[in-house]
Write a protein that binds this ligand. Structure first.
Ligand code: OGA
Ligand code: NI
Length: 337
C-alpha cells in the first residue's frame, strides 16, 4: 500500500524515485495544443454509415486516435462512472487496502505499476483494474465500496462493450474484412482500468504514464475535464483536449498487427498536473489469452501484400511486452517479419 502514489499525501516536492532522467521529462519536448486529434460524430451511423466508416478508418490510420461524440452512452452514466471512480480513490486507506494487491494474477486489484520493483523511475499514477465480461463471472470480485460501484460500473461495462464492438465492426468494414470479423475470441476479454493521477508538486519532472501503446485491440477512455493525455504524431506531442462527454478511442498493438500495419497503434503518455488531480476510466477490448493473432489473411490476399508480422498467441505477447518494454525494445519488433 505504501507504494501507491495516492497514499503519499501532501507531498511538497517530487520524491527522487519519481524524477525522470532529463531526456524523458515532459518539459523538454514541445507540445502542440492547436493541432488536435479528429472528433467524430457517431450520429452519422443512422444517416451516413459509409461516411462514418471513412472518418473512423482515416483517423485510425493517420492518428491511431480519435474522439467520439453522440455515441449513445448516456451522459448521466458517464458522470456516474467518473464520480464513482473518484469516490473510490477518496475512500479511507483501510477500504483501499482490501483491494490493493501486488499479485498480477488477482482478478480485481489496486496497484501502481506492474513493474514497480524493476522500473528505474516510478510513475505518478495508481490504477484499479478488473475484467468486466461476462459480467456475472467477474462482478463478485469488484470493490464493494463505494456501495454503488458494482451497479454503476456493471451498467457502464455493458454499454461500453456494445459501442466498442460496434466500432470494431465499422473498422472491419473499413478495412474490407468480412462483417463479424472481430466477434468471438478476438474481442472476448474486456478490462476496465481506472487511472488516478494525484496532484503533483512539479509536473515538469514526472509522468503519470510513460510513452506506450496499448496491448489490446481498442481502448475507449473517458477523461473528464482535466487534460493530461498526449499523443505522438509525426514526432510531435499533441494534447488530447477534453471534449465534454466524448470517448477518446485509440488503436492498440493487436489491431495494428491484424490490419497488417494499415491502422496505427499510436504512442501516448500522460503528464501530471499541479492544480487538479485527474481520474480517467479506460475500457480495453482484448483477445482471449489463447487467441492466435496474425495479419488478417483476407487483407493480404486482397492486394497480394506480404505479412509484416508473424503469428503468435496473445498470451505470449503479454509476456514479451513487459520484458521488452523494460529493456527499451519496441514490443512489436520481435514479431515483425
Ligand atoms: C491507458 C492510458 C490515458 C489516460 O490507460 O493505457 O493511456 O489519460 N490512459 O489515463
Ligand atoms: Ni494507454
Amino acid at each position: 500500500m505504501e507504494k501507491l502514489i495516492s497514499h503519499r499525501s501532501n507531498l511538497q516536492s517530487v520524491p527522487q524515485l519519481y524524477i525522470l532522467p532529463p531526456e524523458t521529462r515532459p518539459g523538454n519536448t514541445q507540445v502542440l495544443i492547436f493541432e488536435t486529434i479528429p472528433v467524430i460524430d457517431f450520429l452519422q451511423l443512422g444517416t451516413d454509415r459509409a461516411e462514418l466508416i471513412k472518418q473512423v478508418t482515416r483517423a485510425a490510420q493517420e492518428f491511431g486516435f480519435f474522439q467520439l461524440i453522440n455515441h449513445g452512452v448516456p451522459d448521466t452514466l458517464l458522470d456516474k462512472v467518473l464520480n464513482v471512480a473518484n469516490e473510490f480513490f477518496e475512500l479511507p486507506g483501510e477500504d483501499k487496502e482490501s483491494v490493493y494487491s501486488e499479485n498480477p494474477m488477482q482478478s480485481c486489484r489496486l496497484y501502481t505499476s506492474i513493474d514497480y520493483m524493476r522500473e528505474r523511475v516510478h510513475y505518478w499514477r495508481d490504477v484499479l483494474r478488473h475484467p468486466c465480461h461476462p459480467l456475472e463471472e467477474h462482478i463478485q470480485f469488484w470493490p464493494q465500496k463505494p456501495p454503488q460501484y458494482r451497479d454503476v460500473v456493471g451498467s457502464y461495462s455493458v454499454e461500453v462493450r456494445k459501442l466498442g464492438l460496434c466500432l470494431l465492426d465499422l473498422i472491419s468494414e473499413g478495412l474490407g474484412l468480412e462483417s463479424g470479423f472481430f466477434v468471438g475470441e478476438l474481442s472476448q476479454v474486456q478490462i476496465m482500468a481506472t487511472n488516478h493521477y494525484p496532484l503533483c508538486p512539479d509536473p515538469s519532472l514526472t509522468l503519470g504514464l510513460p510513452k506506450h501503446s496499448d496491448v489490446n485491440l481498442i481502448t475507449l477512455l473517458i477523461q473528464g475535464e482535466v487534460s493530461g493525455l498526449q499523443v505522438l504524431k509525426d514526432e510531435q506531442w499533441l494534447t488530447v483536449q477534453p471534449v465534454p462527454n466524448a470517448f477518446v478511442v485509440n488503436i492498440g498493438h493487436i489491431l495494428q498487427i491484424i490490419s497488417n500495419g494499415k491502422l496505427c497503434s499510436a504512442e501516448h503518455r500522460v503528464v501530471t498536473n499541479e492544480k487538479s488531480s485527474r481520474t480517467t476510466v479506460a475500457s480495453y477490448i482484448n483477445p482471449s489469452f489463447n487467441c492466435q493473432i496474425e495479419p488478417a489473411k483476407a487483407l493480404l490476399a486482397e492486394d497480394s501484400s506480404a505479412p509484416l508480422y508473424r503469428a503468435f498467441a496473445y498470451k505470449d505477447f503479454l509476456r514479451t511486452y513487459v520484458t521488452d518494454t523494460h529493456q527499451g525494445v519496441p514490443p512489436l519488433e520481435r514479431y515483425a517479419l
